[in-house]
Design a binder for this molecule. Structure first.
Ligand code: TYD
Length: 135
């Protein structure tokens, strides 16, 4: 089964432009407790390099593009996010890396929990131990 799970949002458009609506437990599969966005990341900068113990997220490139790598401890998959109507669903216990930010990239992330540093696994070896322990 693919690690990459995307959600395609309906684009509500008319002659004035396009609009996408994101609603918890409708097209976003959880209660949205936090929204953050990343911008002004240089193209040679990579981010992420962590997993979460108990957090669901949906990442949407609302402008520009970037590349995500997801890793479940067994395999790694990559996806370029570059369309405003595509969300990448990221479950708990998935190592994520973000690379190749376009200069204009604005990456918006919806999260199922408020920020909690204790929920992060920032060391890859600890991540591998955690997923092997769970399986
Ligand atoms: P971090 O999660 O390391 O960013 P990324 O995974 O995109 O590389 O977060 C960067 C900093 O911002 C770090 O000091 C934690 C802080 N932060 C918050 O305070 N609240 C948040 O919701 C997030 C995502 C990060």
């Amino acid at each position: 089964m693919s690690l990459i799970k995307t959600i395609e949002f309906d684009v509500l458009g008319d002659e004035r432009g396009s609009l996408i609506s994101l609603e918890q437990n409708r097209n976003i599969p959880f209660d949205i407790k936090r929204v953050y966005y990343i911008f002004d990341s240089a193209e040679d900068i990579s981010r992420g390099f962590h997993a979460h113990k108990d957090l669901q997220q949906v990442a949407i490139c609302v402008k520009g593009s970037c590349r995500f790598i997801l890793d479940d401890g067994k395999s790694r998959e990559s996806i370029v996010l570059g369309a405003q109507n595509i969300g990448l669903y990221i479950d708990s216990n998935k190592w994520r890396e973000m690379h190749d930010f376009s200069e204009d990239c604005v990456l918006m992330v919806l999260a199922s929990e408020t920020y909690d540093e204790a929920d992060y696994i920032r060391d890859y070896d600890d991540f591998i131990k955690a997923v092997n322990h769970d399986s």
